[in-house]
Ligand binder design. Structure first.
Ligand code: NAI
Length: 335
């Protein structure tokens, strides 16, 4: 196969960005079909590319000219498209979340295993961020001894009024939940959520900030601080405290400057720009590995792990108690 012929389901914000990546930046793939329930949106994006336009995901998935699918519809619609792709035996890149519940994600992994071939990659793009990859290499080298605990922050300048407490877990924390177990090679055991004094910048109905605490099977503890109205910029941090040293996620390279009595490092104001390079690397890797018939990146089992963990965190947010995270044993298929 010379070029991967890609069909994109869901032509909203990130769908359009992935289409632009494939069309303008990469050479190994082309977008040959697009679909959206809002068909005018699909037409606007697809027609200039000469792509087939569909108003539903099944027609796109079963189109013989589509080799592989990118699913960028809202989370609640992922299950349907993924099951169609599995039935058609076609590789699919699904944006996070894999599905919106642990039960649905379990259904997906079981369907993929029945098919006997890994076809699903999930859009946990932080694994492609240079800084996180460097941390992973350092931890895996063994030079720092055992990791003991980790501290992560997801600080963001302002958040829209449609953001609610549940989304702190299901939307804001999901990337941290994927990256932490991947970095530490560990499994989650229980979850607690702490809700400290509320910022006056938080809109009514949102408790911001919140602190998530995850105990891991090895005894490690990981905390994730989510503060979505921190006012000053996108500030993603990750610090791993080990027996023989401490590793910090680097701040993305940007010129420091001296001005008005300050020595400053500029921070992004938009979370998407913070990870532009990671999104590029993720989609390029998906294209390359799909052309080779492989799945390299985060897989459906990783999607299932985050769903189970998010359900425990949501329960902990409501109960104020420690809630168990019960994840089935990873099947050999996903090792
Ligand atoms: P969006 O709302 O901008 O776009 C979604 C599009 O899907 C809309 O055009 C809508 O008409 C269409 N749609 C709705 N139901 C559909 C269906 N059943 N079949 C096909 N299309 C359908 O949303 P956005 O921000 O582009 O997010 C899409 C997905 O990407 C979500 O799952 C979101 O969580 C994920 N996402 C991931 C990010 C990451 O950092 N990896 C960042 C932003 C979004």
């Amino acid at each position: 196969m010379e070029k991967l012929r890609v069909g994109v389901v869901g032509c909203g914000a990130i769908g359009r960005e992935h289409i632009a990546r494939i069309t303008d930046k990469f050479s190994g793939a082309e977008v040959v079909a697009v679909s959206d329930v809002f068909v005018e949106g699909a037409r606007k994006i697809g027609e200039p590319l000469g792509a087939c336009i569909y108003n539903n995901s099944a027609d796109l998935v079963y189109d013989d000219d589509v080799d592989a699918i990118i699913c960028t519809s809202p989370g609640f619609a992922h299950r349907e498209t993924i099951l169609q792709a599995l039935e058609a035996g076609k590789p699919i890149f699904s944006e996070k979340p894999l599905t919106t519940s642990a039960a649905e994600s379990k259904e997906i992994v079981e369907a993929e295993m029945r098919g006997g071939k890994r076809l699903i990659q999930v859009g946990f793009m932080r694994r492609y961020d240079r800084g996180f990859r460097q941390i992973k290499q350092m931890l895996d080298s063994g030079d720092f001894g055992e990791a003991l605990y980790s501290r992560s922050t997801y600080w963001n300048p302002q958040i829209g009024h449609d953001y609610d407490n549940q989304m702190i877990i299901t939307d804001a924390s999901i990337h941290d939940l994927d990256i932490i177990h991947w970095l530490l090679n560990d499994e989650y055991e229980s979850a607690r959520v702490f809700q400290p004094k509320r910022s006056s910048h938080a809109h009514k109905g949102l408790n911001d900030p919140q602190i998530l605490m995850l105990k891991m099977k090895s005894g490690r503890i990981a905390t994730v601080e989510i503060f979505l109205n921190c006012q000053y910029g996108v500030d993603i941090n990750c610090q791993i405290v080990c027996e023989d040293g401490v590793i910090d996620l680097p701040t993305p390279a940007a010129p420091t400057f001296r001005k008005s009595g300050n020595l400053s490092v500029p921070l992004e104001q938009n979370w998407k720009r913070r990870f532009t390079d990671a999104y590029d690397a993720e989609i390029q890797d998906w294209i390359n590995s799909t052309l080779k018939g492989e799945v390299n990146g985060p897989n459906a089992w990783d999607g299932y792990i985050t769903n189970v963990t998010m359900e425990a965190l949501t329960a902990a947010q409501l109960s104020g108690e420690e809630e168990s995270i019960i994840i089935d044993e990873r099947p050999d298929f996903y090792k």
